[in-house]
Design a protein around this ligand. Structure first.
Ligand SMILES: Nc1ncnc2c1ncn2[C@@H]1O[C@H](COP(=O)(O)OP(=O)(O)OP(=O)(O)O)[C@@H](O)[C@H]1O
Ligand SMILES: [Mg+2]
Length: 570
C-alpha cells in the first residue's frame, strides 16, 4: 500500500489559496488587479463585515464570454501569458492564473460578466464547485465573494478584528488607486463611502485626492530616467517627517511592492538631512523594462527580483539625491555635535548663572517666570551631566520631558481634557487617508479626553479645534496622521464602541498619551540651555514617577560621590 498519494484538486486549490488569499484584502487586491488588466476605467468595491460577509468588485472593463468565464475558475487558467518567454515580459498585473481558482475554493462566488453586445453570463460557485450557470444582463464584470473561508474555519480564525481587516482593505485600494490615477475607484464599507476617487489625469492629482492638497504641496516631484528604467518620485521635504514608515509607497510597473534595497537607497539620499529617528514621506513610481525584473517571486507578488540590483540601487539613490537637492527650502539637518558651539559646554566655559542670551523658551516653559540656570555638561545624544556636591547626575532630557508631558496629559484627561487644552484661534482642517480618517473619528472621545478636539468635516477631512497646551505649535497634519497610525499599527486598536471595557479605554489613553508626549518632547537636535534643564529638573521632581519615561526607560541616573571615590580607589 503506497503511502504517497496525489492530492485531490479541491485540496490542491485550498493549499494554493493559503498562499494567495491570506485575508479579505488579498481577495480585494486580486479582483482589482483583474479589473485593471481587463482595461476598466472605473472600479467599484463593496465590502460588508470587513469582507467576511461580502466582497464585491465591479468594473466596466472588457468582460468575458461564456467559455472564458467558465475557464477563469480553473487552476492555471489565464489569458495573460502563453509561454515561458512571456513570463519574463510581463505587462499585466496577473499572470499566474490561480487567483480566481484559489478564491473560489474558499468562498461562495457569483460572477456576472459580458463582452460587448452579447448576452451576459452568471456563474455560481461554492467551495470550488460550479452550482449554476445562466444568462444575465450586465456590462463589464462583477464578482461577488461571500462567506470567505466558510470551508476553512482554521483560516477564518486567523482573521483579525474588523477594524484591522478594514484597514488592510483600505490600504490595498489606496495603493491600487495611487498607481492607476486614470481609473476611478469607489470603496464602500458597510454602505459608507470610504474612498470616492474620480478618474484623475496625473499621479499628483490622485495624491491630492487621497492625502489632501497640503500633503501634496510638501512633495517634490521629479522624473529621472536612464536607458533601462525611469522613476517618477514624490519626495517629502525634510520638514515633512513622520515617526513611522506608513507614508512610504513604492510601485514597480504600477505594482505595489516592498523592496528593502530601494527603501535603503532613499534613506541614504536623506542621510544627514533628517534625524535618525524620523522617517521621510515618499511615493516612488518606478518603470522598468519587464525583462529586467522578475515578478514571479512572491505568491501575492509583493516582492520582485532585479537582474541588476546594484544598478537599481544606484539609480534610485541618484534620483532621490537629485530630487532632494533640487527641492526648494532644503535645510541641512545638523547633528547635535555640530550645533553644540551655540551651547558651550560647562567644561569649556561655565554657563552664566543668569544667562541673558537665553533662546526663546519652548511652550512648556512659557508660563515660567525666572529660574536660575544650572551649569551642565552636554554628553551627546540627549544626555547631560550635572555636577553636584553629592555626586554626578546624568539626565536624559528627552526622557525627562516625555515623562512631564505624559503626566500632565493624563492629569488633564481626568478633567476631560478641557482644562489645559488650547482652543486654536484658527481651527485646522486636516485631510487624512481614508483609514486614518476612520480611526480618528472612531476615537474622538479618547482624543478629546486628551485635549484633542477633532470634528468630522466629511470627505476624509477633520477639523482640529483644540490641542493640549504643549502641542499647540505642533505640525497638526503630521500629528493627526501619526496619532491615527499609532492607533492602527502600534496599538492594533480600531473601534472604540460602547462595549469596550473601561480598562481597555484607559490603557489606550495611556499609550496614546505616551505617544503624544514623545511627539513634542525635546529632541536630540535642540540641546536645551541651563535654564531649561533647571526647569526640567524642577518639574520632574513633581512627577509621580520621576525616574522613568512613559516607556519605562530611566530619566536620570545618579552616581554618588562615595561611589565615584571608590572607583578611583580612594
Ligand atoms: N474582471 C475581469 N474582467 C475580464 N476578465 C477577467 C476578469 N477577472 C478575471 N478575468 C479572466 O480570468 C482569468 C483568470 O483570472 P485569475 O485572476 O485567476 O488569473 P490571472 O489574472 O490570469 O493571474 P493571477 O493568478 O496572477 O491573478 C484572467 O486571465 C482573465 O482572462
Ligand atoms: Mg488575476
Amino acid at each position: 500500500m503506497p503511502r504517497i498519494s496525489i492530492l485531490p484538486l479541491n485540496l490542491r486549490n485550498k493549499i494554493a489559496a493559503g498562499e494567495v488569499v491570506e485575508r479579505p484584502s488579498s481577495v480585494v487586491k486580486e479582483l482589482i488587479e483583474n479589473s485593471i488588466d481587463a482595461g476598466a476605467l472605473k472600479i467599484e468595491i463593496d465590502v460588508a463585515k470587513a469582507g467576511r460577509r461580502l466582497i464585491k468588485v465591479s468594473d466596466n472593463g472588457g468582460g468575458m464570454d461564456r467559455e472564458d468565464a467558465l475557464l477563469a475558475f480553473e487552476r492555471y487558467a489565464t489569458s495573460k501569458i502563453r509561454d515561458d518567454n512571456d513570463l519574463f515580459h510581463i505587462k499585466t498585473m496577473g499572470f499566474r492564473g490561480e487567483a480566481l481558482s484559489s478564491i473560489a475554493s474558499v468562498s461562495k462566488v457569483r460572477l456576472f460578466t459580458s463582452i460587448q453586445n452579447e448576452t451576459g453570463t452568471c456563474i455560481e460557485i461554492a467551495g470550488g464547485d460550479t452550482k449554476e450557470v445562466k444568462d444575465c444582463m450586465t456590462v463589464g464584470t462583477a464578482i461577488e465573494i461571500k462567506d470567505l473561508f466558510f470551508n476553512t474555519p482554521a483560516r477564518r480564525k486567523f482573521l483579525k478584528s474588523d477594524g484591522t481587516e478594514n484597514y488592510h482593505i483600505v490600504d490595498t485600494v489606496t495603493r491600487a488607486a495611487l498607481s492607476h490615477p486614470m481609473i476611478g475607484f469607489v470603496l464602500r464599507m458597510d454602505g459608507d463611502y470610504a474612498l470616492d476617487l474620480p478618474a484623475a489625469v496625473s499621479y499628483r492629482e490622485r495624491i491630492v485626492q487621497i492625502f489632501g492638497k497640503e500633503f501634496a504641496e510638501e512633495l517634490t516631484e521629479t522624473w529621472t530616467e536612464d536607458g533601462v528604467m525611469g522613476i517618477k518620485a514624490f519626495l517629502g521635504n525634510v520638514s515633512h517627517l513622520r515617526n513611522n514608515r506608513n507614508n512610504q509607497f513604492l510601485f514597480i510597473n504600477r505594482r505595489p511592492v516592498k523592496d528593502q534595497s530601494i527603501t535603503y537607497a532613499v534613506y541614504k539620499a536623506y542621510e544627514g538631512l533628517i534625524p535618525k529617528d524620523k522617517h521621510p514621506v515618499f511615493l516612488l513610481f518606478m518603470e522598468i523594462d519587464p525583462s529586467d525584473v522578475d515578478f514571479n517571486v512572491h505568491p501575492a507578488k509583493r516582492e520582485v527580483r532585479f537582474k541588476d540590483k546594484t544598478g537599481v540601487f544606484n539609480f534610485i539613490y541618484q534620483a532621490a539625491k537629485e530630487s532632494l537637492n533640487s527641492s526648494m527650502g532644503v535645510t541641512e539637518y545638523r547633528s547635535v555635535g555640530e550645533i553644540m558651539p551655540a551651547y558651550k559646554s560647562y567644561a569649556d566655559t561655565p554657563t552664566p548663572r543668569h544667562a541673558d542670551t537665553v533662546s526663546e523658551p519652548a511652550s512648556l516653559y512659557d508660563a515660567i517666570s525666572h529660574i536660575d540656570s544650572i551649569p551642565f555638561l552636554y554628553l551627546g545624544d540627549t544626555l547631560v551631566a550635572i555636577p553636584d556636591k553629592n555626586g554626578l547626575a546624568i539626565i536624559d532630557y528627552h526622557a525627562a520631558h516625555e515623562r512631564i508631558n505624559y503626566e500632565r496629559l493624563l492629569k488633564q484627561s481626568e478633567v476631560n481634557g478641557q482644562e489645559s487644552a488650547v482652543r486654536l484661534l484658527f481651527p485646522r482642517q486636516v485631510k487624512l487617508q481614508s483609514s486614518e480618517y476612520r480611526i480618528i473619528l472612531n476615537n474622538r472621545k479618547v482624543l478629546s479626553d486628551l485635549g484633542i478636539e477633532a470634528e468630522d468635516f466629511g470627505h476624509g477631512t477633520i477639523v482640529v479645534r483644540s490641542l493640549p497646551d504643549f502641542l499647540k505649535d505642533a505640525d497638526v497634519n503630521s500629528l493627526m496622521s501619526d496619532t491615527a497610525n499609532f492607533l492602527i499599527s502600534d496599538l492594533r486598536y480600531h473601534i472604540s464602541d460602547a462595549s469596550e471595557s473601561i480598562e481597555t479605554i484607559d490603557s489606550i489613553k495611556k499609550a496614546l498619551a505616551a505617544r503624544l508626549a514623545c511627539h513634542s518632547s525635546i529632541r536630540g537636535k535642540e540641546v536645551p540651555d541651563g535654564m531649561r534643564i533647571a526647569q526640567l529638573l524642577k518639574d520632574l521632581d513633581t512627577m509621580e514617577d520621576p525616574e522613568h519615561c512613559p516607556h519605562g526607560r530611566p530619566t536620570r541616573i545618579f552616581m554618588p560621590m562615595n561611589e565615584l571615590r571608590k572607583m578611583f580607589k580612594k
